[in-house]
Design a protein around this ligand. Structure first.
Ligand SMILES: Cc1ncc(COP(=O)(O)O)c(C=O)c1O
Length: 456
């Protein structure tokens, strides 16, 4: 055998393949330039590049709980596959799941939801864009929190709507007052997005604040304006906070879309099961038809798993375990970040994100000055916090997200990072040491800027 191999002719080195053709000019519709993205996913290739060279990155970028799917849910999914629940199913969502959503959401919020108003989607994300498509014509206005989940702003620009950021103030624990909301509502307002607990700030809302918000909406919002209440972090609350939904307040269920799903509560981001409850069955039917057009349906075996997740008595203990882990990490990280000169970090009441103010670090490293000196085209695409984010990633191997990743419009001059604490405690401790080192690495930062790579 080996003689045959030895006498075989040397393999030919293939010629360098020709460069793939570039897409022709004008190929893409103009709107493709208007859509944003979720940078937590976009920096994945950069992390892989660093790791392929042997670096180990501490990943505080993705909002993905680092726990396995609970046994009782996984077992149900497997059982349903064995029962051959692997075919097309109801595009609105299978009835057992819609019934489970209706029962659990009604009980928790003290309202009455029927399954014909529930629509199941592939995750909590799709109803965000579909809602804007359904209720808005070009130039209609969408009010959304900023900093906020980036998909809110992304779709508003993509659909040529008017994005109206509602800026959350750190001093108000990243909440807002009724008066601040009132100032943004006009007769063109069609969607008002709320997100408590919040991504990226972890901010929560009190019953009194919601009353104030509901009061403004009752008085000022046009009757066609819908509230989109993104409650996907409803189960992740600390310090005795309880979840409040605006839909529970008088006159609100009639105009609120309540969205949630399995990704965060059950650490099941890969299940791709989310849902929204609509004010009327007629509206749900419109979204059912959108599902037919876009997705046909969502895998029935995962939906059956989601129904078990919602109603099994075993789920509560799993969630409590996850919350306890997040709480321990939150406390460790908030204390650790606050001990670093140039950083101040509020203690979030929910979700699994920290949103430290890094204005001092931006100043001390020279990021504000470096940003000011960039060529205008590049300066536009980055920010001082982005420069620090990239420096942390490429020079100190910690993946975080910058403020700009959570709504760009009006974000200038705001110096924050978002850290996901859905990462093992030991990794977070390493991450903290690296952030501390980076915050004092003035020379390293200057070299990084001089090299001129990865600045946005
Ligand atoms: C506020 C908010 N809404 C919706 C989603 C989307 O969740 P899913 O992964 O279920 O699509 C996320 C995910 O990070 C989120 O943070």
């Amino acid at each position: 055998m080996s003689t045959v191999l030895l006498s075989a002719p040397a393999p030919k080195i293939p010629a360098k393949p020709p460069a793939p053709p570039k897409p022709p000019a004008g190929l893409f519709a103009r709107r493709t330039k208007l859509i944003g993205s979720e940078n937590a996913f976009r920096i994945g290739p950069q992390i892989r590049e660093i790791e392929s060279r042997g670096g180990k990155v501490i990943k505080c970028n993705l909002g993905e709980p680092d726990f396995p799917l609970a046994r009782h849910i996984a077992d149900e999914v497997k059982r349903q596959i064995d029962l051959d629940q692997t075919h097309y199913c109801d595009p609105q969502g299978i009835l057992p799941l819609r019934e489970a959503v209706a029962r659990t959401m009604s009980a928790r919020r003290g309202i009455s939801i029927t399954p014909d108003r529930v629509v199941v989607f592939p995750g909590g994300k799709p109803p965000i864009g579909l809602t804007q498509q359904t209720y808005c014509n070009p130039r209609d206005e969408v009010i959304y929190p900023s900093p906020g989940y980036p998909i809110y702003e992304s779709f508003a620009t993509y659909l040529s709507l008017k994005p109206v950021p509602l800026h959350l103030r750190e001093a108000a624990d990243f909440s807002f007052t009724g008066r601040e909301l009132a100032a943004l509502i006009t007769k063109r307002t069609r969607v008002i997005i709320l997100n408590f607990p919040s991504n990226p700030t972890g901010g929560v809302v009190s019953a009194e604040q919601l009353e104030e918000i509901a009061d403004v909406i009752r008085r000022k919002a046009p009757p066609q304006a819908r509230i989109y209440s993104d409650e996907i972090y409803e189960d992740i609350l600390f310090d005795g906070n309880v979840h409040h939904s605006i839909a529970s307040l008088p006159g609100m269920v009639e105009r609120t879309i309540i969205a949630s799903g399995v990704s965060k509560s059950y650490a099941w981001t890969g299940g791709r099961v989310g849902w929204a409850v609509f004010p009327t069955a007629e509206e749900a039917a419109v979204f059912r038809n959108l599902n037919i057009n876009y997705f046909s349906c969502i895998p029935a075996y995962n939906q059956m798993g989601a129904a078990v997740a919602l109603e099994s008595p075993l789920s509560a203990a799993e969630m409590a375990r996850m919350r306890a882990a997040f709480l321990e990490r939150r406390d460790l990280m908030v204390a650790g970040l606050n001990a670093i000169p140039g950083i101040s970090c509020r203690k979030p009441g929910g979700a699994f994100y920290l949103f430290p103010n890094i204005a001092g670090v931006c100043r001390d490293l020279g990021a504000v000055a470096a940003h000011r000196k960039l060529p205008p085209a590049l300066r536009e695409r980055t920010s001082p916090a982005t420069l620090v984010q990239m420096f942390l990633l490429w020079s100190h191997l910690v993946a975080t997200m910058d403020r700009r990743s959570f709504g760009r419009i009006g974000s200038e001059g705001q110096h924050y990072l978002r850290l996901s604490i859905a990462t093992a405690l030991a990794d977070l401790q390493t991450g903290l040491q690296r952030i501390r080192a980076a915050a004092q690495d003035h020379d390293g930062f200057q070299k990084f800027i001089k090299a001129g790579q990865h600045l946005c």
